[in-house]
Write a new protein. Sequence first.
Length: 380
Amino acid sequence: MRIVFFAGDLNDAAQQRRIRDCRRLGHEVRSMSFRKPPPDSPVDWPNLDLGRVAQGRLARRALTLGKALARSGEMRRSLAGADLLIARNLDMALLALGASVGLRRRPPIVYECLDIHGIFTSRGPKARLARWLERQVLTRSALLLTSSPGFLEHYFAPVQRYTGAAAILENRLPLDMPQRPRRRIPPRAPLRLGWVGAIRCGPSFDLLMQLADRMGPRIDIRIHGQLHRHALRAPDARIAGRANVHYAGPYSYPEGLERVYADCDLVWAQDLWQRGANSDWLLPNRLYEASWYGCPSLAAGQTQTAQKIRAEGLGFVVERAEPDTLVRFLDGLSPARLRAASAALLRAPDTQFCQSEAALAALLEPAAHGRVEPGVPSHA
C-alpha cells in the first residue's frame, strides 16, 4: 500500500515513529512536511520539504500553509498512485484536502489528532472558525484517529458532534524498540524525580521548581529532553539556581531512553499546560516509555493519565498537582513501594507499552479500502 503522510513537523519524534512503523509493515511511504526547530532529523524515505514553521505562532503558520498550497501542482504529482493519506492536525488535513483536488482518484484521508489545541476549546470568532474548518475535515475523512479515549469522550463527541468512523491508537512505543531491561537500579537517596520528553509545560516546570525548593536535599529533579525555552519562564537561570535540579539535555531516540529512565526513580507524567481540556484528556508518550523501562509514573487525579495509571498499575496518582500534596506523597513513598511498582512494570507484556504490527495494520487496511464503519471506536 502507498501511504503519504502530511506532517506539520517532521522533526517530531512521534511523527517519525508513525512513519517508520508503517514502513516496517511493508508499506511504501512518502511524506510532505514542514519542520520546526531544533536542527533537522534525517529521514530515509522520500519527503517533499514544505519549509520552516515557527513554534506556537498560528498566524505565521497559516501564512506558511498558504504558501504551501501554492505548490499544489508539485504536491499532486507526489500523490500519484497513493492509496491513503494520513494528515496529523487540522492544518495538515486541510493541506491534504487541497492537494488532492483535481486528482482522478482522491485517496481516503485519515485525520490524526494527538492533541486538542487550545483554540478549539476557546470562545470567539477564531475558535468558531477553527471548529467549523475541523468539521469540514471530519466529514471528508475516512477515519478519525486519536491517541486517547478522552479526546472522543470530552471533545469530538460533545463539541463537534462527531459520529463517524473513529479509532484510538494509543501513543505507544515503536515496533523496533530496544530490548527491555530485566531489572532496575534500586531507588536512591535522595529520590530522583524525572521529567522526560518535550520540556515545554510551564505549569509543570513551575511545580517542579517549587517542589525542589520545598524538599531541598530530600529530592533530585532530573530533566531530560528538548527544552522549549519559548514556552518556559527563564528555565536556564532557574535550573542553575537550584543544586537539586539537573538538566541533562536532549537524548537520542529510542537508543537513549534506557539511560534516561535509569537515571530516574519516578517520572512526572502529567501535562498541566491546558488543565480542564487537552491536558486532562491526553495520554502522553512518556507514560509508555517509562513503563517499558520499569520506571513508575506519577500523575494528578481527575485526568486520563491518572485513570490509565490506576487501571494498569503504571505508578502513582496524587489528587492535586500542588506542592504541598506532592511533598506529603513523596515523603511517604518508601523505597519498597517503588521497587514493587517497578518490578510489576517489568513483568508486564511488551504489547502493553509497544505498538503491535497487527493493531496498526487493522486500522490502515480498512481505511484505505473504505471498509471503516461509523459507531463505537476501535481501540488498538
